[in-house]
Design a protein around this ligand. Structure first.
Ligand code: C2E
Ligand code: CA
Ligand code: CA
Length: 409
């Protein structure tokens, strides 16, 4: 089942309008993107007291979505305001993923804060603390909360409106110099901001659960792309397609079913698909990962460990998972000649990986010296700018059509 994605679109409130009313039950918190608001508390004697203002970057209305109590204050727009909404469900899904100690401490702090608010008159004149407004604004800005929420909202739209595309980077066999396949890499062409790199949007998509929908889209698109490429170039049934998956994908119940369905719908053979996952998935969810990977491998798919060497797993640990391919992280290749240790690391990853009958792919290969050394060390395949950058489908088709000539040139 896909996780509930309940991020909402930005909203506007006009000057004087109430964003939150005291006593209401609340299912939304807000990040103030633009404008000033005033916080008002109605006291037992019926009088209303203003207890402060908030500006861009502040989070408001968060208490009621944490503990389900009625709103303790009203919040009114002092000028035209833009807010980003965080729904109770979205917040709780994030909270459920947090450390239990964090969850408990948050509840305790909230209870104490409510108690403090109830005694607002006694404490409102105490000096010596920075104003809550200052603290919140700095925190929100430092944490890039506004930016990440905006990107999350926009990424959801992008998924629904076809702003995502796949680029493909060739993977080369070091002995034969042939292209063995491609890795599918996501690209987001934002209508106003232009190209946004995956390093920015993938972590946000992972945090919000949107990655599940995005990965399924990528898998489907990559399979369809592979079929079109085969059809237009004549490279039939011999190319692999590597698709990246995150730990959130693996945690969904119907992951395997979705992958099977996509393969059969697009008529791609299971042994042409490589699932790229990181060591983190194996460490975080060893049992689920083992079961899922075994099913995929039995069906004929290949499993690659991405960014190998950057996690904490040992090769002996990896041995207990059905893994076919290790991708040596780019960071080892980049500094190969500057840092002796990296060559040694590459040598031992290749040696041990081979003992475990795994295929070794080096990532981020940028020059001939690296190619020669990796070949010498026994690396099977390579991927990197030296061979080709990730490219659009029509360029892949051109490349494959001319590849045999290039190879012998
Ligand atoms: P990754 O899976 O390790 O992908 C390889 C990245 O290295 C790609 O960056 C590729 O463009 C870059 N690269 C390849 N060769 C070279 C080289 O020789 N030099 C340098 N400097 N870079 C090279 P990209 O496309 O920006 O993707 C970044 C990361 O975003 C990926 O790292 C992957 O973790 C994530 N990503 C991209 N597409 C997807 C996707 O569809 N799903 C998921 N879950 N993650 C994705
Ligand atoms: Ca990858
Ligand atoms: Ca990688």
């Amino acid at each position: 089942m896909l996780p509930d994605v309940l991020l909402k679109k930005p909203r506007t409130y006009n000057e004087g309008e109430y964003i939150i009313r005291q006593g209401d039950s609340g299912d939304t918190a807000y990040i103030l993107e633009k404008g000033q608001v005033e916080i008002l508390i109605k006291k037992e004697d019926g009088k209303t007291k203003s207890i402060g203002t908030r500006g861009p970057g502040s989070i408001i209305g968060e208490m009621a979505i944490i503990d389900n109590e009625p709103r303790t204050a009203s919040i009114r727009a002092m000028e035209n305001c833009n807010v980003l909404e965080i729904s109770r469900q979205d917040f709780h899904r994030r909270l459920d993923n947090a450390d239990p100690i964090l969850q408990t401490i948050m509840q305790v702090i909230l209870t104490r804060y409510r108690d403090t608010l109830a005694r607002i008159d006694e404490i409102s004149d105490k000096k010596g603390f920075p104003s809550p407004e200052e603290v919140e604004r700095e925190f929100a800005l430092e944490q890039d909360a506004v930016e990440s929420l905006k990107i999350a909202n926009e990424f959801k739209e992008a998924l629904d409106h076809g702003e995502l595309a796949l680029f493909y980077q060739p993977i080369i066999d070091m002995k034969s110099n042939d292209i063995t396949g491609f890795e599918a890499l996501m690209r987001w062409n934002h209508p106003e901001r232009g190209f946004i790199p995956p390093d920015v949007f993938i972590p946000i998509a992972e945090e919000t659960g949107l990655i599940v929908k995005a990965s399924l889209w990528a898998l489907n698109e990559a399979c369809k792309g592979l079929k079109r490429i085969e059809h237009k170039t004549g490279w039939k049934d011999c190319l692999t397609m590597s698709v990246n998956f995150s730990s959130t994908d693996f945690a969904t119940e119907d992951f395997v079913e979705n992958v099977y369905n996509t393969l059969s719908k697009t008529d791609v053979a299971a042994n042409q698909l490589i699932l790229e996952i990181t060591e983190r998935i194996l460490m975080q969810q060893p049992e689920t990962a083992r079961e899922t990977l075994e099913m995929c491998q039995k069906a004929g798919m290949h499993i690659a460990i991405d960014d190998f060497g950057t996690g904490y797993s040992s090769l002996s640990y990896l041995h207990s998972f059905p893994i076919d391919i290790l991708k040596i992280d780019r960071s080892f290749v980049v500094d190969m000649f500057k840092n002796e240790k990296n060559i040694e690391l590459i040598r031992s990853i290749i040696g041990l990986g081979k003992n475990l009958k795994m295929n070794i792919v080096a990532e981020g290969v940028e020059n001939k010296e690296e190619v020669d050394t990796l070949k010498f060390l026994g690396c099977d395949r390579a991927q990197g700018y030296y061979f080709a950058k990730p490219m659009a489908e029509d360029e892949v088709i051109k490349l494959l059509k001319s590849w045999d000539n290039l190879k012998t040139a």
